[in-house]
Design a protein around this ligand. Structure first.
Ligand SMILES: Cc1ncc(COP(=O)(O)O)c(C=O)c1O
Length: 398
């Protein structure tokens, strides 16, 4: 008997970054050395004091369901951090702790969107946004940005994309996949259109702590008085504290949205993992030097990667203000053959790079930007050096 899957779920495609990482893993399992620049996951171990807090939580018996929206001290620590760092005043009741920022995004979209509602998503975009919107039978409206504007949505583009169905603007700064960061002035100009057109904003600020020298992060909710009332902030511990596997993220929203998400989460997942929440409490509420130490290492890698890309003929890349990705323009190296194989687009380019040189990157097409490939530099300097030697050999060999 063949079971029929719902239309909405049947239309979903698996995450392309995970698919590429899966191909790299298969190759590794066949015994080949693979240089994997495909995944957005810090290669550092979770700092020791955070792991110890999880062990202690287990010893203390924190092994039961928690409140659906998360443990009170973690929500308080999140609120305290936003007050200290951004001067934003939230109540703990506005925070819902979820199973990662991805789940927090799902909760926010589920709580806000009705079928047919439009969500404006600037491209290049993170691979999961469209799928998370479509799960609600809402409509992603993709607006293309260009390298010339550092992949930043322009206020006039936003204004032109708004229709009477538009409900939400999604913003991700620093950006996955481009690493570009909006300045406070640029965000302020978008905020003015948001207010004028009466939109809501989902601000994915998961890379907030990974910002390079010369750049400054501004939380969207701080930009104009009253903006917090229409802003859904998304954040979490995965990237800043190297805690991807612990699955803790959160949304901070207006109170009525937080209450709706609390109901949703109580029915869907009961609560996030108790032990992980105690680990996240140690991360957010504890010493922050570990974040600075990781940033020092990421800065070295980012400078190395920018310099290597600039040194390879025909490759280029906009300067990264934050996150740990290089969005490399490969257009000049398309429309030719590699080892006898004709390569016309970013997908073929990444597949050939993997099979001929064992370097895994993700095709720009997955992020809505053909002619590019994304390299994550969340891997050791040694791997980066070897990977870029191979990328150089790939594009320069005839
Ligand atoms: C832009 C962006 N948002 C959200 C997430 C999800 O993070 P989490 O691991 O907390 O679910 C990621 C992870 O890759 C991301 O790049």
């Amino acid at each position: 008997m063949s079971v029929s899957i719902s239309d909405v779920v049947r239309a979903l495609k698996p995450s392309e970054t995970l698919a590429m990482a899966g191909k790299a893993r298969e190759l590794k399992e066949s015994g080949k050395k693979v240089y994997d620049l495909s995944l957005g996951e810090p290669d550092f171990d979770t700092p020791a004091h955070i792991r110890e807090a999880a062990v202690q939580a287990m010893k203390d018996g924190h092994t039961r369901y928690t409140a659906a929206t998360g443990i009170a001290p973690l929500k308080q620590a999140v609120v305290d951090q936003y007050r200290k760092v951004h001067g934003l005043e939230y109540q703990p009741a506005q925070v819902v702790v979820s199973n990662g920022a991805k789940h927090a995004l799902h909760n926010v979209f589920r709580a806000l969107l009705n079928p047919g509602d439009e969500v404006i998503i600037p491209a290049p975009y993170w691979v999961s946004y469209n799928a998370l919107v479509e799960l609600n039978e809402a409509v992603p409206v993709v607006v293309n940005t260009t390298e010339a504007t550092d992949f930043k949505l322009q206020p006039e583009q936003l204004r032109a994309a708004v229709t009477d169905k538009t409900k939400v603007l999604l913003l991700c700064s620093p950006s996955n996949p481009t690493g570009s960061m909006y300045s406070p002035e640029e965000l302020g100009a978008l905020a003015d259109v948001v207010i004028e057109k009466n939109l809501l904003v989902v601000a994915d600020e998961i890379y907030e702590r990974l910002v390079y020298p010369g750049h400054r992060f501004t939380s969207f909710a701080t930009l104009r008085p009253g903006l917090a009332e229409r802003t859904m902030l998304i954040n979490g511990v995965s990237k800043a504290y190297a805690m991807t596997g612990w699955r803790i993220g959160w949304s901070m929203t207006p109170l009525d949205v937080a209450k709706a998400i609390a109901n949703l989460q109580s029915q869907e997942t009961s609560c996030p993992s108790s032990v992980s929440q105690y680990a996240a409490l140690a991360a957010v509420g504890g010493p922050q030097e570990c974040v600075d130490e990781m940033l020092v290492e990421f800065t070295k890698r980012r400078n190395f990667v920018m310099q290597r890309i600039a040194s390879i003929a025909g490759l280029s890349c906009a300067e990264m203000g934050g996150a740990f990705y290089a969005f490399i323009n490969i257009a000049k190296h398309l429309g030719r053959t590699y080892g006898g194989v004709r390569v016309d687009d970013s997908t073929q380019w990444c597949l050939e790079l993997l099979s001929q040189k064992q370097v895994a990157m993700v095709m720009g097409a997955a992020f809505g930007a053909e002619g590019y490939a994304r390299a994550s530099f969340a891997t050791s300097m040694e791997n980066l050096e070897a990977a870029f030697d191979r990328i150089e050999a790939f594009v320069t060999e005839k």
